[in-house]
Design a protein around this ligand. Structure first.
Ligand code: ASP
Length: 335
């Protein structure tokens, strides 16, 4: 698959007269709509949208269809659906990919991180919005939270209903995301997630319901804020999540393969060997309870670690709480 990384139409005044033909090779161009071109205003903040696909960019065959739709809308069409955002910000766009978020990979993630860092380094750019499928949105959000060095806002946004649905949530979510990216109050708060009127920290927010609009939240850490009449309201002054570390990926071209193994009763202990044979350079196991696994699995994990030196790191399948074992080379022995 070919992904365009070309910046096209940055704060452009070029008008788009005809509807977008999705087969065009220059699909990735973003033009400001002709009828809202007067909204391009030097006194407005500049926000850049990086579009990757997902339900927010999807269409069904009827307005009642809310599963089984497909991705197809480009960044221009997302903006066209909410011309009001051009009253609050000048918009530029990059089409990074146009896929369901299950197909987001390290190539896309690294490209995003590098391009966002470059974009935010420009004094003219106030903030960035990333449109993304919700299924793995939290992974990209966490990755960006760990690789973006700017204090300016990076906002991940998606939708639970396709663009063609009755009460599609994408347009308002996008409007709120752009509002937040343009807001001085959003600085020094790290990468954030905006859906369904809520503002969450990318460090903590997860998708909790496969179907409903009210799906992104963090039970223990809570929300950073909400939108009231489209105005962002933060509950607290800016703060850093404890434990967040950032990595410089400017010269990184690929990421090490890390496999995630899910612990359960009768877990196959040889999954560790399968991972190593498949090229894993690290293994995270989602342990039972606070990070354990069966005795037989843990004995084999220890054998594999001693033989290969590949780090095996304990996490847990419980959605909240801390691990009993500190993250390290090996841990998590259960009975
Ligand atoms: N399948 C979609 C995805 O790309 C789901 C969504 O965006 O809500 O993750």
């Amino acid at each position: 698959m070919k992904y365009s990384t070309q910046l096209l139409g940055l704060f452009t005044s070029v008008a788009l007269a005809a509807p977008i033909d999705l087969s065009r090779s220059d699909l990735h161009k973003l033009f400001i709509r002709q009828d809202v071109q007067s909204a391009v205003n030097a006194s407005l903040p500049n926000v850049t949208i990086f579009a990757t696909g997902g339900t927010i960019a999807s269409q069904g065959t009827s307005n009642t269809q809310t599963t089984g739709y497909s991705v197809g809308l480009g960044v221009q069409q997302l903006v066209n659906a909410v011309p009001e955002i051009l009253n609050i910000s000048n918009i530029a766009g990059y089409q990074i990919s146009n896929v369901d978020s299950g197909s987001i990979n390290e190539t896309i993630s690294l490209k995003l991180a590098k391009m966002i860092n470059e974009e935010l380094a420009k004094s003219t750019v106030s903030g960035v919005v990333v449109t993304h499928g919700t299924d793995t949105l939290e992974e990209t959000a966490f990755f960006l939270s760990s690789t973006i060095t700017s204090s300016k806002p990076v906002i991940l946004v998606g939708a639970m209903r396709p663009a063609t649905a009755l009460s599609a949530d994408g347009p308002l979510n996008l409007f709120q995301a752009v509002t937040l990216a343009a807001s001085p109050a959003a600085h020094n708060r790290g990468t954030m997630v905006v859906l369904n009127d809520r503002i969450g920290s990318a460090f903590y927010t997860t998708k909790n319901n496969a179907n409903t609009l009210d799906t992104f939240f963090s039970t223990e850490a809570g929300q950073l804020g909400v939108f009231v009449n489209q105005v962002p309201f933060f509950f607290y002054a800016p703060a850093e999540p404890v434990g967040r570390v950032t990595f410089d990926v400017a010269n990184v071209t690929d990421l090490a393969q890390v496999d995630i193994l899910y612990s359960h009763q009768d877990m196959d202990p040889y999954l560790f060997n399968v991972s190593i044979a498949g090229g894993a350079k690290g293994i995270v196991f989602a342990g039972v309870g606070a990070g354990g696994m069966s005795r037989v699995a843990s004995l084999n994990a220890e054998r594999v670690f001693n033989a290969t030196g590949v780090p095996i790191v304990a996490s847990h399948r419980s959605s909240d709480g801390e691990d009993i074992v500190a993250v390290g080379a090996y841990g998590g022995v259960g009975e």
